[in-house]
Design a protein around this ligand. Structure first.
Ligand SMILES: Nc1nc2c(ncn2[C@@H]2O[C@H](COP(=O)(O)OP(=O)(O)O)[C@@H](O)[C@H]2O)c(=O)[nH]1
Ligand SMILES: [Mg+2]
Length: 202
């Protein structure tokens, strides 16, 4: 794994709270960025890779945690691991709970600087990704698409997917037009993503 150049990610990072009820949101005004994506997209792996440490739980049974996990980065920022979505076996009630929690979180969370929407490089945008992109647009939260598991595609196929997804997100005014591609497994794209996050958390 390449060394971490951006110093923000060398700061102490600790779990702060798992929020299932919106009343218990951490109330510090620290800037924060959130990570969203379909279950199994590689969200926990990416958060761990960004920090070069094991923090978020990497699981083989997706769709279980319906809570917002807050991590503090040093004394000045929060990273928010949003519950995964789009897992077919999840009950309607759990899906409704997810929707409700996310809506309440996005509403008026002024310190939320952006949400990273993780998308599997092999699959591109699915309906549930469009749902979260709509939600983010509705709440005027800027969205940044990150293609995960880039190591699973040959360079040419990856470029084609980037172009495809950049076309798909043109209709979202709140989505940043350029898409990033990363591999938590091989470490590619991580430093660029760290720089983007650090800039947002300034
Ligand atoms: N090939 C590849 N697999 C990955 C990568 N990141 C995660 N995975 C795998 O994808 C699965 C889901 O990962 P996880 O981080 O738990 O996803 P989450 O449900 O979105 O948090 C696991 O089997 C990981 O080993 C990656 O960069 N490349
Ligand atoms: Mg996870």
């Amino acid at each position: 794994m390449p060394p971490i150049r951006n110093k923000l990610f060398l700061e102490k990072c600790e779990f702060v709270a798992g929020v299932a009820k919106i009343a218990t949101l951490p109330n510090r005004a620290w800037p924060e960025v959130a990570f969203a994506g379909r279950s199994n997209v590689g969200k926990s792996s990416l958060i761990n890779a960004l920090l070069g440490r094991e923090l978020a739980h990497v699981s083989k049974t997706p769709g279980r945690t319906q809570q917002l996990n807050f991590f503090r980065l040093g004394e000045h920022a929060h990273l928010v691991d949003m519950p995964g979505y789009g897992y077919a076996k999840v009950s309607k009630t759990l899906k409704d709970d997810w929707n409700e929690l996310i809506r309440l979180y996005l509403k008026g969370r002024v310190q939320l600087k952006a949400a990273f929407v993780l998308v599997d490089s092999r699959h591109g945008l699915k309906d549930t990704d469009h749902t979260i992109l709509d939600l983010l647009a509705e709440h005027a939260v800027s969205a940044r698409i990150v293609l995960t598991k880039a190591d699973e595609l040959k360079p040419q196929a990856l470029s084609a997917m980037i172009t495809q997804v950049e076309g798909d997100i043109k209709k979202y005014a709140s989505a940043f037009p350029q898409v990033l591609a990363v591999s938590a497994r091989e470490g590619t794209g991580l430093e660029d993503l760290r720089d983007v996050i650090a800039e947002l958390l300034k």
